[in-house]
Ligand binder design. Structure first.
Ligand SMILES: C[S@@+](CC[C@H](N)C(=O)[O-])C[C@H]1O[C@@H](n2cnc3c(N)ncnc32)[C@H](O)[C@@H]1O
Length: 202
């Protein structure tokens, strides 16, 4: 995850962020990265929003330990071990301007309660930035693992295929609508991932 971070969050991602996310977020925003992994995305966001208050949550203690030891140019984010499927976010109703979730929602058995919790904390006009896997044909997925990851053995690809290829773009759109979000923009920034900018539908 650390090694692939620069490829996953490349110039294309940040151009998308600058055009479709940043203009919707105040400079002194409260931002959460949910399932923040090693904290690198939050570090990159913090460089673009030095006056923001940042929070990173992840269920894996080793991820939070990695995030906590990163060097921070500005104010250090608050990181916490947190399972989004079993506990409410420690934030008041309507108090957060940006919630980001990258490659996390597809692993959760029940996405709707988590989406409801994200919606609860989002401020009016706040953004939910969802970046996640979309379904690809098996041959395309295995070819991507071979070419992009250098995997010669297909066992891992077959094991992860049902995990990474769970939802189509239409499934994500349906889930977001069902959870009370309006998708204001979405794009395929990499063949494997679609990025949605969603706001609370009131
Ligand atoms: C594929 S990693 C993505 C990490 C990071 N968002 C990134 O893009 O680099 C998925 C992350 O979700 C976290 N995660 C999985 N289930 C979770 C849960 N129930 N609550 C919080 N985090 C969870 C994992 O620990 C892991 O760090």
């Amino acid at each position: 995850m650390v090694a692939t971070h620069p490829q996953r969050f490349d110039a294309t991602y940040w151009a998308f962020f600058a055009t479709h996310v940043a203009p919707r977020v105040p400079s002194r925003a409260v931002m959460i990265d949910l399932g923040c992994g090693p904290g690198l995305l939050l570090r990159d966001v913090g460089q673009r929003f030095p006056d923001a208050t940042l929070f990173g949550y992840d269920v894996t203690p080793a991820m939070i330990a990695h995030a906590r030891q990163l060097a921070w140019a500005g104010v250090k984010p608050m990181f916490g071990v947190h399972d989004v499927t079993s506990a409410s976010l420690p934030h008041a109703v309507g108090s957060v301007h940006l919630v980001s979730m990258s490659s996390v929602l597809h692993v959760l058995d029940e996405p709707l309660p988590v989406l409801a919790e994200i919606r609860r904390v989002l401020a009016p006009g706040g953004v939910f930035l969802l970046n996640d896997w979309i379904r690809q044909p098996l041959a395309t997925y295995l070819a991507w693992r071979r070419d992009a990851l250098g995997e010669t053995d297909t066992r891992r690809g077959f094991r992860l295929f049902p995990v990474h290829n769970k939802f189509t773009t239409e499934d994500w759109q349906w889930l977001l609508a069902e959870a009370g979000f309006t998708v204001v923009h979405h794009d395929l920034l990499r063949p494997s991932h679609r990025t949605f900018v969603a706001t609370r539908r009131d």
